[in-house]
Design a protein around this ligand. Structure first.
Ligand code: MN
Length: 349
């Protein structure tokens, strides 16, 4: 890609999923990418290699992004590449703190490819490439017509958008999520019982970030609640948050295991729902969704009707509707809504 002219970008980021994502997006755009998994490594690399820009995560083990920025500014006054912060919070306060620390800009995680490229355009030194040489639209979207597999608790459209539409990259990231985060709830619980509060907080923080990245919204919320309670030193409030974290995580993990890790057919399975009265099913699902959002305890009756309808037609989706009914009976509203998402997604194909 002649327009970019080989800019070299250092990505300081401890989260492996964000590493994969940033590297893929930037490499595709013609940049050379070097990854540092903590601030200390970033400082060492900046001393040894000339970079055109640094993307700096703020929360990293060993040395965080603020400390790394401070050292880079101190050792290379006026000569260091522009440093752009990547943070999980899009708050003005964070932005101001980053600017105050000497970073030139700030992008929110999970990274939106368009925002990333707009920001790079602003800060990459022109060099030989000339101004405006990186066009966001030079990054081709990888969107294909094949539907991605439906996943409980995950908004796959949101997740895919973060991967620039690449199903292949999304699959890689989901597999990585499964491998690295399946038992994060247990890690947090154990850390708390052993009074290792920093580990508990860091694990919740990372889980929050990657959940947002893959489109697992309810899990993101749960992880955020846990992180906040730990950060605010309100461990006595933690139990319900932890319970919901475990539920959200197991919903996501179970489906990833069955559909992504096994890679069974990759969503090619033909689903027969022609014989079903779709209008009726749609109505039942709409009613159910409304009831679940209103936390109506009678929602299990609707779930039962949905399940019976699919069962009667021996639809392959009866497994999902059975799960839905189970959650409805347990008054587990969030899980029920997550499962309804999956059902709707399957019916859409
Ligand atoms: Mn981090």
């Amino acid at each position: 890609m002649a327009s970019v002219n080989g800019g070299k970008i250092l990505v300081a980021e401890d989260n492996i999923i964000n590493q994969i994502l940033a590297e893929d997006l930037l490499t595709q755009a013609g940049f050379e990418v070097v990854i540092a998994e903590n601030g200390k490594k970033a400082v060492e690399l900046v001393e040894a290699v000339k970079f055109d820009l640094i993307l700096m995560d703020l929360q990293m083990p060993e040395m965080d992004g603020f400390e790394a920025t401070r050292i880079i500014l101190e050792t290379q006054p006026g000569q260091h590449p522009p440093i752009i912060a990547m943070t999980a919070n899009a708050l003005t306060r964070d932005r101001e703190r980053c600017i105050g620390a000497g970073m030139v800009d700030h992008i929110a995680k999970p990274i939106d490819p368009d925002v990333l490229f707009d920001t790079l355009l602003k800060w990459i030194p022109d060099g030989d490439a000339g101004p405006n040489s990186i066009e966001s639209n030079s990054i081709e979207s990888n969107t294909t017509d094949d539907a991605f597999v439906c996943l409980a608790g995950i908004d796959i459209d949101a997740g895919l958008a973060r991967m620039n539409g690449s199903q292949e990259l999304y699959t890689t990231v989901l597999k990585q999520f499964f491998q690295d985060h399946s038992t994060d709830d247990q890690i947090i619980a154990r850390a708390i019982s052993q009074n290792d509060i920093p580990l508990a907080q860091r694990t919740a923080h990372t889980l929050k970030g990657v959940s947002g990245g893959i489109g697992a919204k309810a899990l993101y919320d749960s992880a955020q609640n846990v992180e906040t309670a730990i950060k605010d030193d309100q461990l006595d409030r933690l139990e319900p948050f932890m319970e919901s974290l475990t539920r959200e995580l197991s919903l996501v993990v179970k489906d990833l295991e069955e559909k992504i890790m096994a890679q069974a057919l990759g969503g090619t399975e033909e689903i027969r729902h022609s014989a079903i009265d779709m209008e009726k099913l749609q109505r039942l699902m709409n009613d159910f969704e409304r009831m679940a959002r209103e936390m109506d305890p009678d929602m299990d009756g609707k779930a039962k009707q949905i399940h019976r309808l699919l069962e009667r037609h021996d639809s392959p989706l009866k497994k999902i509707s059975g799960t839905l009914w189970g959650f409805a009976e347990d008054f587990d509203f969030k899980q029920a809504l997550g499962t309804l998402e999956e059902l709707k997604c399957e019916l859409d194909r």
